[in-house]
Design a protein around this ligand. Structure first.
Ligand SMILES: [Zn+2]
Length: 160
């Protein structure tokens, strides 16, 4: 069957940036499973998978606008180290949930200088062109329960 609204799709993928560096891959893992049309994966990839079938291989290039968005300088902030109460040793690369006016936001520590910590609320892949190498391994109808939850259950999806 062809991938359409409410299909459950499983696929293997390798994600590289424009420099050819592998950013993520399902190699050695279960294929990733998602519910088509539910916004489970980046819009640019979801769009290209529509109408495809199990067994197909494709390469998809996703621009930042259809991926994780452009880098927004306004999401980079300097905060005093005292705001990290309960954290012994704040280090670059650590991620924290920050409370913002727009709701909770995942931020990554990018720099620690004395008592000042720089945090970045952009997605780590924001501003990057994403190159996906995809192999579709399964296409099936979603169950009623999966449609209600808006995600896939079982292998490659949500276990609960
Ligand atoms: Zn669920």
């Amino acid at each position: 069957m062809q991938i359409a609204q409410n299909s459950v799709v499983a696929f293997h993928y390798t994600l590289t940036n424009d420099a050819g560096e592998v950013l993520d891959s399902s190699e050695g893992r279960e294929p990733l499973a998602y519910l088509h049309g539910a916004g489970n994966i980046v819009p640019g990839l979801e769009k290209e998978l529509a109408g495809r079938e199990s067994g197909e291989k494709l390469q998809v290039t996703v621009t930042p606008e259809e991926g994780y968005g452009e880098n927004q300088p306004g999401l980079i902030q300097e905060v005093p180290i005292e705001s990290f109460q309960g954290v012994d040793d704040v280090q670059p690369g650590m991620q924290f949930q920050a409370q913002t006016q727009g709701g909770p936001l995942m931020v990554t520590v990018t720099q620690v200088e004395g008592d000042t910590v720089t945090v970045d609320g952009n997605h780590p892949l924001a501003g990057q062109t994403l190159n996906f190498d995809v192999e579709i391994t399964e296409v099936r109808e979603a169950s009623q329960e999966e449609l209600e939850h808006g995600h896939v259950h079982g292998a490659g999806g949500v276990e609960h």
